[in-house]
Write a protein that binds this ligand. Structure first.
Ligand SMILES: [Ca+2]
Ligand SMILES: [Ca+2]
Length: 183
């Protein structure tokens, strides 16, 4: 009797052999098949994305990384303007950088941006919920001119870097929508 030789169940050996074959097949699939599938999916994704981007440009959106911007050709109240942006799956522009601030001035139009006076906190707040840190108020602004409730912000002094003015939200202005978009 060979005591050193362990007994193995014939079914277990068969199972092990099957697992080995399966493992080899999976490796072959991973090496040869998956990369070609990925590249096919990637091309399809790129194709759909460029088609979508083209649609945005056709509708008049402008792209400055990392956002798309839509500048209206009609005037609305601040709230109506915001609703238009939301319908476009965007929101009124939030000015995060000096470049973005300069961009909003170049249209030489009175335009709403996404900054408003939060009546609950009394603070100037962006539509994305962030508080105002860096501001570009025009000289003497915000001033609640003639005691009016100037709760929304427009680009008014567009020839100057400090171009913001607070103004009643029910006034009618052009507006700028912003949508984060990565091409
Ligand atoms: Ca922004
Ligand atoms: Ca004002």
């Amino acid at each position: 009797m060979d005591r050193g030789k362990k007994k193995t169940h014939p079914v277990s050996q068969g199972t092990l052999r099957s697992l080995c074959i399966l493992h080899t097949l999976v490796k072959i699939l991973l090496i040869f098949f998956v990369p070609s599938m990925c590249s096919k999916f990637k091309s399809l994704y790129c194709h759909l994305q460029s088609k979508e981007t083209h649609e945005y440009f056709k509708q008049g959106w402008v792209y400055i990384q990392p956002s798309l911007y839509y500048i209206s050709s009609t005037r609305k109240t601040w709230q109506e303007s915001r609703e238009d942006c939301l319908q476009r799956e965007a929101d009124l522009a939030v000015i995060n950088t000096k470049e973005e601030q300069d961009f909003t001035r170049q249209f030489h139009k009175l335009t709403w941006i996404g900054l408003y006076n939060n009546t609950v906190t009394g603070e100037w707040t962006w539509v994305d919920g962030t508080p105002l840190k860096k501001s570009y108020w025009g000289t003497g602004e915000p001033n609640k001119f003639e005691g009016k409730d100037e709760g929304c912000v427009e680009i008014r002094f567009f020839e100057l870097e400090n171009s913001w003015n607070d103004i009643p939200c029910i006034d009618r202005n052009f507006w700028i929508c912003e949508k984060k978009y990565y091409i």
